[in-house]
Design a protein around this ligand. Structure first.
Ligand code: PMV
Length: 316
């Protein structure tokens, strides 16, 4: 086989992980739970080549994270030098979770191109060695990743059509973030006095959130997801040196979502290691949520998504 192209979607965690228990195997300290974002796409094509060459969104890049990951995989698997071309229909490296779809797509493509024939647990492991959050992008719908459950093999809680929620992503900055999630969370583990408390609380949030999804209980899901998101950002701010990913536009977008909910619109927010906000809503509210966020000062643009599918091989 000369070339493989894979289409994968990023995911956003409603219950987040921030901190690893094993840095070598990249095992998170706590369970997490996400939705796969069908409207956002990464297309990655991989072919054998004389040298490792990486193009992202049309530009030749030297991506340390990808290069170090390939070096590590080559210690265990027979993987030749590769030409990698990846493109996203959303901004990258600014807290938008492009590494999740990026590594999920790459892992699936390399497995196929190199004929590795990995079982799902091994595919999840090589994906995790690139980016732990990317493991959740290997499945569709509502997805759990639990370090105590077969060392992080992801599990689907329910498929996309079980609960047709929608997402409006509000982009407030496309500047690259100053501290990567990998570096940031290691700083938190080493320095925040609240870290252990976060791990214990997240385990509880995770159980309750899985239940809320199974019951399609919007209000409980909203309450738990926002509380978990606030706790993660508060934890980040208690790190030394402090990590603050939110900007003025982020706060304005949160104000908008709070006001909408106060007015009875079924919507809540979450936000990862960056200034972007993702508003999750019932399908009938999507136009109201999008219009309100588009009218918010500091929001540059919005992107819509539904709950998405697992990676697919789009060309061979
Ligand atoms: O695994 P990473 O390095 O992509 O870190 C992900 C961290 C968060 O996005 C903030 C939380 C999460 O669970 O996705």
């Amino acid at each position: 086989m000369n070339q493989v192209e894979v289409l994968a979607h990023p995911n956003v965690a409603l219950i987040k992980y921030w901190g690893k228990r094993d840095e070598t195997e990249k095992i998170p300290a706590s369970p997490s739970l996400s939705i796969t974002l069908g409207g956002l796409e990464t297309r990655t094509s991989v072919s054998k080549s004389g040298d490792d060459t990486i193009f992202i969104d049309g530009q030749s890049v030297s991506d340390q994270k990808i290069s170090q990951w390939l070096d590590r995989l080559r210690r265990e698997y027979d993987i030749p030098q590769l030409m990698i071309e990846s493109s996203n229909n959303f901004p990258k490296n600014c807290g938008f979770a492009s590494s999740s779809s990026g590594f999920a797509a790459l892992a699936v493509a390399i497995d196929e191109l190199c004929g590795l024939n990995l079982d799902f647990a091994s595919l999840a492991r090589i994906t995790r060695l690139g980016s732990a959050s990317a493991v959740r992008s290997l499945l569709s719908g509502y997805v759990a990743m639990n370090p105590d459950d077969q060392r992080c093999v992801p599990v689907q809680i329910v498929p996309p059509d079980y609960w047709n929620l929608r997402v409006v992503a509000a982009v407030t900055s496309t500047e690259p973030k100053l501290t990567s999630s990998t570096g940031g969370m290691a700083q938190t583990v080493a320095t925040s006095p609240f870290y252990q408390n976060w791990v214990v609380q997240t385990e509880d949030d995770f159980e309750r959130c899985s239940e809320a999804i199974q019951n399609r209980d919007f209000n409980t899901l909203a309450e738990l997801s926002e509380a978990n998101c606030y706790r993660m950002h508060a934890l980040m701010m208690t790190t030394l040196p402090p990590l603050r990913y939110w900007r003025a536009g982020t706060m304005s977008a949160i104000d908008t979502i709070e006001r909408l909910r106060h007015d009875g619109v079924p919507v809540f927010f979450t936000s990862d290691a960056g200034p972007q906000i993702k508003a999750i809503c019932e399908p009938e509210a999507i136009a109201t949520v999008k219009d309100a966020l588009d009218d918010t000062d500091g929001v540059l643009f919005t992107l819509e998504s539904d709950i998405g599918n697992a990676p697919t091989i789009s060309a061979r």
